[in-house]
Design a protein around this ligand. Sequence first.
Ligand code: APR
Ligand code: PHB
Length: 389
Amino acid sequence: MRTRVGIVGAGPAGLTLAHLLHLEGIDSVVLENRSREYVEARIRAGVLEQRTVDLLVGAGVGERLLREGIVHHGIELQFGGERHRVPLSELTGGKTIVIYGQTEVVKDLIEARLATGRPLLFEVDDVRLEEVTSTRPRLRFRHEGRPQELECDLIAGCDGFHGVCRPSVPPGVLTAFSREYAYGWLGILAAVAPSSDELVYSSHERGFALLSLRSPSLSRLYLQVRADEDVAEWPDERIWAELHLRLGLPGWTLTEGPVLEKGVTGMRSYVVEPMRHGNLFLAGDAAHIVPPTGAKGLNLAIHDVRVLANAIVRWYRSGDESALERYSDECLRHVWRAEHFSWWMTSMLHLPPDEDPFGLRLRLAQLHYVATSRAAATSLAENYVGFEL
Ligand code: APR
Ligand code: PHB
């Protein structure tokens, strides 16, 4: 088999790249090791920046997103028994965010890909990369029990943090930068109307909590827990009791509902530089991850593949490699802005296990500053809606 761009991974990065290339008439093959059912059921984040929405709509895959996505103009910060609204749109010249699950984005992209008739292979095993520094890099894999070989011009490593593309780069080529956090999030999806119209980020003495949503009848809620927390220790009643404590306010009630899904995710900041090795280009979680507090992961992944698709198109059109050469630097500028913002939001809102009284007072001073200074709130807002570098 032969294609122009071999894409490993059918998450938002791989599928969006495949679609952007298709719109320009460029062939690609997408290889995904999970089943379609698994990928379409996996619950992930749900906040889309305006430019992410614009890209998906512009690419013709935003029809359901425009119908079902919920536009938000602000978020709430809660601490010291009070909520403070950060009016995102007012502070950013009218920009908004849209609540629409990553799972739904992925479903829409899979449907669009299948409609093109171009290859998207699920349940592919043992993907291996060969000769990525040559002009004929290859992907070897097994599909339906048979070994396959795919010759490409370029390979896009869109296979997430635990994928094979980044580890296939020889030692010493990439530099990794990372930070681990001593806590994680216990997340639930609950069949109940969200108790607040806007997202509530609560910094509480018992730890952080977040009230989010997926639809008018589905709530998404998170609790800060230990990074190695066993979800079995959290029966539904305990989760709700803790959510009431951390999100509760006099005169406001959190409405409970059946828990449809629950899980614990660890938190980490991680970046590799550069995001390219020869003709292998890393994009999305394969190259960088952020803690979820700033809601940046999906948006960064989409940004990477927009830059990559434009660079690939230019190269095929005119033989001009300069945009491909700039790919890594161009993405990393955005990545580091989002890394800083995500780390900052995370550090401000979470209770570290070893926090001393000085540390607590610094965090509270920062929260008060964001809640009272228009300049500080604007800084949060312009990053949250997506900062244009
Ligand atoms: N071979 C083929 N596919 C693989 C392999 C492999 N060896 N390893 C992983 N994959 C697939 C995964 O099953 C997944 O479907 O690659 C895909 C990677 O998708 P994501 O993890 O969603 O990563 P990305 O597309 O970069 O999107 C980033 O996902 O994790 C969230 O918070 C993150 O919102 C961000 C978004
Ligand atoms: C979510 O709804 O899953 C969500 C929202 C905001 C975040 C992180 C996750 O910061």
